[in-house]
Ligand binder design. Structure first.
Ligand code: UT7
Length: 335
C-alpha cells in the first residue's frame, strides 16, 4: 500500500475587502457585535464586475499548488472539488476546473460536504493514492458565498459570517515511511440537516413552485443557520474528531505541532485550543481576515500557515472541520 502527502499548496481570495463597517451600511449590525461573537474583522467578497466565480478562484489556487508541487497540469491524474456554491446547479465545479486548466480528460469528482468538504476530499484522495490508482490528485475547496447571501437585516445572522475564497492542494504518492496523511476520520448526523442549510431551490421545492407561490417572505433560497444549536454541536464534534485522530495514531495532544480548525467562529477555535491546552503558535486562525469560507477555509488556512513558515518538515498537523449536514471529520498528517 502507498501513502499520500501534500506536495503543493495554493490559495486565492478576491481583492475586494468588506469590513464590518461596510456591512453596517446595508443591515442593522456593527463591528463590535461581529468581532465579539465571531472574531471576524473583514472578509473578501467577489466584486461582481470582475466576473470571478467559484471555479475561476479554484483555478487560480490550483495553478499555484500545481507549480509548487513541481508538476504541470498534465501530471494531475484526478480532480476533487469541494464546494457548496458551484457556478452552476449542475454540472459541478470539477469539470469547470478540468476545462479552464486545459487538462487531459481526467476524472473530476464533486464533493458536497460544506464546511467539512475539504476534509472529506482529502480523505477520498488519500484512498485513491493508497490503492495505487492515482499518483497526483488536485484537491480543491472553493466558495462564492457573497452572491447568495441576504444583504439585509433579516439575513444578518448568516451574512456577516461568510466570505469568498479558494484553496488547493496537490496530494501525491510518496514512498517516505511515516510521512503524509496518517489517517482521516469522517462523520455525519443527517437528522440536523435543516439546522444549517439552504433548502431551495432544489427538487424538494423546485423553481416552478417557488415562482407560483411568489411569497415575498420566502427565505428558503437564502442560507439558514440555527447559530447557537450549531455552535454547541461544533465544539463537541471538533473535539471528538481531533481525539479520534490522535488515538488512531497513538498520539497525545502534546504531539500536535499545528492544528488547523475550520474557520467557523474564532470562539469555537479558541475553545478547542483551550480544551487541548495548545499554545497560540500551535493553532492557526485567519477568520479575522476572511470570515468563514466553508469548504475553502481549512485549505486557505493550511496554505497561509505553511507560507508563513509555521509548518515544517516532520511536524504533526491536524486538520478538523464541522458544519452543515451535520458532517465533520479530521485528517492527521506528518509533514
Ligand atoms: O461553518 C459551519 C459551522 N458554523 C458554526 O459553527 C457557527 C456556530 N454559531 C455561531 O458561530 C454563532 O451562533 C453566531 C455567530 C452565528 C451567532 O452568535 P450568537 O452569540 O449565537 O448570537 P445569536 O444568534 O444568539 O443572536 C444574539 C442576538 C440576537 O438578538 P436578540 O434576540 O438577543 O435581541 C440576534 O438577533 O444578536 C442578534 N444578531 C445580530 N446583531 C447584530 C444576530 N446577528 C446579528 C448581527 N449583528 N449580524
Amino acid at each position: 500500500m502507498y501513502s499520500s502527502k501534500i506536495t503543493g499548496l495554493g490559495y486565492f481570495v478576491p481583492d475586494n475587502v468588506v469590513t464590518n463597517d461596510d456591512l453596517s451600511q446595508w443591515m442593522d449590525t456593527n463591528d463590535e457585535w461581529i468581532q465579539e461573537r465571531t472574531g471576524i474583522k473583514e472578509r473578501r467578497w467577489i466584486d461582481p464586475k470582475t466576473g470571478e466565480t467559484t471555479s475561476t478562484m479554484a483555478v487560480k489556487a490550483s495553478k499555484i499548488a500545481i507549480e509548487r508541487a513541481g508538476l504541470t497540469k498534465d501530471d494531475i491524474d484526478f480532480i476533487i472539488f469541494a464546494t457548496l456554491s458551484p457556478d452552476m446547479y449542475f454540472p459541478g465545479g470539477g469539470v469547470r476546473v478540468q476545462d479552464m486548466l486545459d487538462m487531459p480528460t481526467i476524472g473530476a469528482l464533486d464533493v458536497r460536504n460544506q464546511c467539512s468538504g475539504f476534509i472529506y476530499s482529502l480523505s477520498v484522495a488519500d484512498q485513491f493514492i493508497k490503492t495505487g490508482m492515482y499518483k497526483n490528485i488536485l484537491v480543491i475547496g472553493a466558495e462564492n458565498h457573497s452572491g447568495g447571501l441576504e444583504k439585509s437585516t433579516r439575513g444578518r445572522g448568516v451574512t456577516v459570517i461568510f466570505g469568498d475564497g479558494a484553496g488547493a492542494a496537490v496530494l501525491s504518492r510518496t514512498e517516505e515511511k511515516g510521512k503524509g496523511i496518517l489517517s482521516s476520520h469522517l462523520h455525519s448526523e443527517g437528522k440536523h440537516a435543516k439546522e444549517l442549510a439552504l433548502e431551495g431551490p432544489a427538487t424538494q421545492r423546485w423553481v416552478p413552485e417557488i415562482i407560483a407561490e411568489n411569497d415575498p417572505n420566502d427565505v428558503s433560497y437564502f442560507p439558514y443557520m440555527n447559530g447557537q444549536f450549531v455552535f454547541k454541536h461544533a465544539v463537541v464534534r471538533f473535539s471528538e474528531a481531533i481525539v479520534e485522530g490522535l488515538q488512531a495514531n497513538n498520539l497525545q495532544k502534546e504531539d500536535i505541532d499545528m492544528l488547523i480548525p475550520h474557520q467557523a467562529n474564532l470562539r469555537i477555535a479558541q475553545f478547542i485550543q483551550k480544551k487541548f491546552g495548545l499554545p497560540d503558535e500551535n493553532v492557526y486562525n485567519n477568520i479575522q481576515r476572511y470570515g468563514n469560507t466553508t469548504a475553502a477555509s481549512v485549505i486557505i488556512a493550511l496554505t497561509e500557515a505553511w507560507e508563513k513558515g509555521k509548518i515544517n518538515d516532520g511536524d504533526l498537523v491536524v486538520l478538523a472541520a464541522f458544519g452543515s449536514g451535520f458532517t465533520w471529520g479530521s485528517v492527521v498528517l506528518r509533514w
